[in-house]
Design a protein around this ligand. Structure first.
Ligand SMILES: Nc1ncnc2c1ncn2[C@@H]1O[C@H](COP(=O)(O)OP(=O)(O)O)[C@@H](O)[C@H]1O
Ligand SMILES: [Mg+2]
Length: 307
């Protein structure tokens, strides 16, 4: 037997109907939590349903549960992303544009492998567009809505209050991924704390939802672009401005300011040393020409400053 989630190429029914037939849906991300119009699912597939020997299976993220008697039951967890209902008029982007972004996410996933990026196993075509089958990653989304952002119990605040060394290791993952993506000509768009899932037990970070990233520099045609203003560079608000790696350098600098500081550039609020503080300041300069000239230069200086 094989895992239908990993072998099926095309379905005629709805994504949800298919997923219910191959496994157990344990999480749904739809209009209740997302404003993208996309609908995604956490799907758990019983190991015994598709694999004769545990040793032959290579899918990670397997959890073992002690069943009755001496048997042990395995499940594999997947994150399955779809563009949602084609007939739903509510989302800002039409279904065709959402499908195009998902396919862009496939291009990105196929161009890079990194431990902090959930693996994309497979795509299944359906009348609702593709179903992208990713590895499920454990942890909490670091984004908190404005009203909850100061709440000490939010994942955002609990992350910010970790020891500096642990935050440094997470930032290292974020910067290494963006350095590697820049080397493949990907420009980050709409990166923010809603793209970060942190596992507080294992101290592991993953980056998700990079579907808006763009191949090569481009001109801002929107005015205010998609994204969280806390992470966005001035040129992301200016129609006609160039969006390039220096824009991403700014976003990385803001990531330092938010996680190691209080979101401002104040020295007293910044928990890193002077060398790291200098890297953050230069990355966050208003004028792109005054920042590091590329993600590679930023990443090199970050690494030097970390020692
Ligand atoms: N690989 C994954 N494993 C577990 N949860 C995930 C994974 N990818 C995303 N998520 C969760 O699902 C939510 C929706 O996914 P996302 O890709 O951000 O979709 P959207 O395009 O709707 O914003 C995320 O906010 C996050 O909480
Ligand atoms: Mg998202």
């Amino acid at each position: 037997m094989s895992n239908l989630l990993l072998t099926t190429k095309c379905i005629e029914c709805s994504p949800r109907g298919f997923l219910e037939s191959v496994g157990n849906i344990f999480a749904i991300f739809d209009a209740q939590t997302q404003d993208s119009g996309n609908i995604s699912y956490g799907v758990e597939v019983e190991h015994a349903r598709y694999c004769v020997s545990a040793r032959k299976c290579s899918a990670p993220n397997r959890s073992a549960r002690n069943g009755t008697g001496s048997t042990t039951e395995f499940t594999d967890r997947f994150f399955v992303k779809t563009a949602g209902n084609p007939d739903d008029p509510a989302p800002f982007l039409p279904h065709s544009a959402r499908v195009a972004l998902l396919r862009n996410g496939v291009q990105l996933a196929q161009s890079i492998q990194h431990a902090a990026l959930p693996r994309l196993y497979h795509a299944i075509e359906s009348p609702h567009g593709p179903l992208l089958v990713y590895d499920w990653v454990e942890g909490e989304l670091l984004h908190a809505r404005r009203a909850q952002r100061a709440d000490a119990q939010s994942a955002y605040q609990r992350f910010r209050h970790l020891p500096v060394a642990q935050i440094g290791r997470a930032l290292e993952q974020i910067f290494e991924v963006h350095w590697a993506l820049a080397a493949k000509n990907w420009i980050a768009v709409d990166f923010y704390d809603g793209s970060l899932i942190y596992d507080f037990a294992q101290h592991e970070l993953h980056l998700v939802d990079l579907d808006n990233y763009h191949q090569g520099p481009f001109v801002n045609s929107m005015g205010r672009m998609f994204g969280s203003s806390r992470f966005m560079a001035p040129e992301e608000f200016a129609r006609g401005a160039l969006i390039d790696q220096r824009t991403n350098v700014f976003t990385m600098g803001r990531t330092m300011a938010l996680f190691l500081g209080d979101g401002t550039l104040a020295r007293h609020a910044f928990r890193g040393d002077d060398a790291l503080y200098a890297v953050m300041l230069r990355a966050c300069r208003k004028e792109p020409v005054q920042r590091f000239s590329s993600m590679a230069e930023f990443y090199e200086e970050w690494r030097k400053a970390r020692g």
